[in-house]
Design a protein around this ligand. Structure first.
Ligand code: PLP
Length: 406
């Protein structure tokens, strides 16, 4: 019988198995179903914003400060970089994929003298070579993407933090697709700016950048010779106008707090619930859940004889990037999965767009509930595009990983 049934036709939207934005828990969605509150009103500030930021500190594993900004991961990256970097500062940016390139561009625009540490996409890199480069350049900051979403590879943030510390450089870490899915120990690893977005493993809606700031980063901002060019995204403003002296800020006791940029109240309410869910689950459990989910997904893909794009030693637990079989275009696979099975996965990015697929295992989607149907739909889709697979083999392989872990 020809395969003509379109099971997705009654769905109003596909299930999001892309590497963010990801599916939202119902209490997170419900938190946005409320009339507007006023962002500068003390009740929002004290009852919603402040508890959210304190909760995020725990998620960031940091005693430092964490701030929300309207925007996305890119806002967090730009706010972080432009708050600490001055024109002419030397920086090293590790570029191992599209998001490393993004920070290189942000740094160039900030006027930094950028040394790119180029890494072949999907490959591990030589830490000794980076350490030697850091000794040579003596940069003001070293930037790393912890989890390169374009290639599905996780890089050794702790070791890079040590290299940065060794040469007295600030350590800037992009954790957009890592935080709350992969262990990120901001304080222990010496992360000075931990920059991320709301819509991935935090399990909150798209629309917020999140930045964690260490004492060293505050000192660097206080010592600037020139003022940051941005007003709204100058992090130092938070210290001056929002943080009381009792918390290391510059605001005298009793003085009215003001946010340097108006904070979206609905998104913060949703983030508050997302953070509560993360802390209720517990970070160790959450990281283990993502690890099992990614292992199950990889086992399912392996049963279809699909090769991972990155070196397996650095395969990510939140984003899996896999090569399509020869002759099958990744874009056609994505369309069929979305239109016929109601599941949205991503193609690769940039130069690997046509021959790789990317699947997110983030927050809710790091679970059998989402992974088993995704593998099933992918197997059927690849069969339709000419692949020869035993029906159910990929689901069986994934299911046995979940069974062993339960
Ligand atoms: N950095 C990484 C590692 C990402 O995965 C992304 C987005 O996918 C970004 C930065 C940019 O974040 P946003 O799309 O939230 O602006």
């Amino acid at each position: 019988m020809p395969q003509t049934i379109n099971w997705a036709q009654y769905l109003t939207r596909p299930t999001l198995m892309i590497p963010g934005p990801t599916e939202l828990a119902f209490p997170v969605i419900q938190a946005m179903n409320a009339p507007p509150s006023v962002q500068y009103d003390a009740s929002f500030d004290e009852k919603v914003l402040e508890p959210t930021l304190l909760g995020l500190r725990e998620v960031f594993q940091s005693r430092g400060d964490v701030f929300l900004l309207p925007g996305s991961g890119r806002t967090a990256l730009e706010a972080g970089a432009t708050s600490v970097i001055e024109p002419g500062d030397r920086v090293i940016v590790v570029v191992a994929g599209q998001f490393g390139s993004l920070m290189r561009e942000i740094m160039v625009r900030a006027g930094a003298e950028v040394t790119e540490f180029a890494v072949e996409w999907g490959r591990p890199f030589d830490l000794a070579r980076l350490a030697a480069e850091a000794e040579r350049v003596r940069p003001r900051a070293i930037h790393l993407v912890h989890n390169e979403t374009s290639t599905g590879a996780t890089y050794p943030a702790e070791a890079v933090g040590k290299i940065a510390r060794g040469v007295g450089a600030l350590f800037l870490l992009d954790t957009v697709s890592a935080i709350a899915g992969i262990d990120v120990r901001s304080d222990e690893w010496g992360v000075d700016l931990n920059m991320t977005g709301s819509q991935k493993c935090l399990g909150a809606p798209l629309g917020l950048g999140v930045v964690g700031v260490s004492d060293r980063a505050w000192e660097a901002m206080e010592r600037r010779r020139t003022r940051a060019k941005s007003y709204a995204y100058d992090l130092l403003q938070w210290r001056k106008t929002w943080m009381p002296e009792s918390r290391g800020g510059r605001l005298p006791a009793g003085a009215a707090r003001s946010q340097p940029v108006s904070i979206p109240t609905h998104l913060t309410a949703a983030m508050r619930v997302a953070v509560e869910l993360i802390l209720a689950e517990g970070l160790p459990h959450r990281f283990a859940r993502h690890a099992v989910a990614a292992a199950a997904l990889r086992a399912g893909l392996g049963a279809m004889r699909l090769d991972l794009f990155p070196d397996p030693s650095i395969a990510s637990n939140t984003v899996t990037c896999v090569r399509t079989p020869p002759g099958i275009d990744a874009r056609a696979v994505v369309s069929t999965m979305r239109d016929r099975y109601g599941i949205l996965i991503g193609t690769g990015l940039d130069k690997i767009r046509a021959d790789t697929l990317r699947i997110g295992t983030m927050s809710l989607t790091a679970s059998p509930l989402y992974i088993l149907p995704t593998l099933s739909a992918l197997e059927l889709t690849l069969r339709e595009h000419g692949g020869k697979y035993e029906p159910g083999a990929s689901v069986a392989a994934a299911q046995s990983i979940f069974a062993d872990a339960s």
